[in-house]
Design a protein around this ligand. Structure first.
Ligand code: F6P
Length: 326
């Protein structure tokens, strides 16, 4: 392709997610293959405001597919939330000759990209967050690895819970959404799963499930709570009070954001990075790269931000049936 675009920038913003580095690598390498120079911007929008950036060559991104975190660092910039901050960031883009920007992150990152596009900067967003809570796409980079990280810990917890005949309450991340908890719950074979999207009857959906599983001979229990469905300490107290079980709380926390990305995240990140650069090279702007079924497509950022993502109902129905039959 003969692109009029000669230089683009790439940044990561918001909470980091395994696979962000693979996306950065794909952006740099795809740009190089099209004769486009790529500038790495450190610490998200903060780096745009402070002009903290450096040219990234294909060699600079060697071996990045396997690395967790983000080599570009990440931040949530308060200054960028102000009109002056956005203007300064856009002015710096122009001053540095950055004609297009790939922004990798979640909803907040896309809001920032939208603000920049209103100042005439071409932007394409790549969805990356372990929460998988971005409505315009079936999948966000990092989700699969985070689910697996959580499962690895929960499998270990189960061993000790079984030995002591205890009840384990595990809080998983997910911000205000329950996608992570839903998948982790089904994969862990949980007794009960609490997600913010579903109002539950605590007696029926938690206490009774523990009781009936106990009657059927189960001696240990695994309860998964999405952080948005908390406070998790209340869940622990109520279970202890109503069942008399020995309950232990584990908050998995930021460990879920770390680790080497799994194949799914490496491949999806690479495909999204490639697609983002193609879009900029074609002169497109104000787009988010999305996965829809098996297809990679792009949507308008305004349209993407206005969409709402519900829980995967089919999976929830299965989870509910499996928990009821435990
Ligand atoms: O969005 C990713 C996420 O890890 C959420 O699951 C969590 O609520 C939040 O970020 C934690 O953010 P921080 O890095 O500010 O602790």
């Amino acid at each position: 392709m003969n692109s009029a675009v000669r230089r683009i920038g790439v940044l990561t913003s918001g909470g980091d997610a395994p696979g962000m580095n693979a996306a950065v690598r794909a952006v740099v390498r795809t740009a190089a293959s099209l004769g486009i120079e790529c500038i790495g911007i450190r610490r998200g929008y903060h780096g745009l405001i402070s002009a903290d950036m450096y040219p990234m060559t294909p060699r600079d991104v060697n071996g990045l597919t396997a690395r967790g975190g983000t080599v570009l660092y990440t931040a949530r910039s308060k200054e960028f939330m102000t009109p002056e901050g956005v203007k300064r960031a856009a002015d710096n883009c122009r001053f540095m000759g950055i004609q297009g920007l790939v922004t990798i992150g979640g909803d907040g990152t896309f809001k920032g990209a939208l603000a920049l596009s209103k100042h005439g900067i071409s932007v394409v967003g790549i969805p990356a967050t372990i929460d998988n809570d971005i409505a315009c796409t079936d999948y966000t980079i990092g989700y699969d690895t985070a689910c697996n990280t959580a499962i690895e810990s929960i499998d270990k917890l189960r061993d000790t819970m079984r030995s002591h005949e205890r009840c384990s309450v595990v809080e998983v991340m997910g911000h205000k959404a329950g996608h992570l908890a839903l998948y982790v719950g089904i994969a862990a074979g949980a007794t009960a799963v609490l997600v913010p999207e579903k109002k539950i009857d605590f007696q029926r959906d938690v206490v009774e499930r523990i009781r009936s599983a106990r009657l059927r001979g189960r001696t240990h229990f695994m309860i998964i709570v999405a952080e948005g469905a908390g406070p998790v300490t209340d869940v622990v107290e109520r279970i202890q009070l109503e069942t008399g079980l020995d309950v232990r709380l584990t908050v998995l926390g930021h460990v879920q954001r770390g680790g080497s990305p799994l194949v799914r995240d490496r491949v999806i990140a690479s495909r999204m990075g490639y697609t983002a650069v193609q879009l900029l090279a074609e002169g497109k702007t104000n787009r988010v790269v999305c996965v829809d079924g098996g297809d990679y497509l792009d949507r308008d950022i305004d349209e993407a931000l206005a969409m709402e993502k519900g829980l995967d109902e089919d999976v929830y129905v299965i989870l509910d049936a499996l928990m009821a039959g435990a």
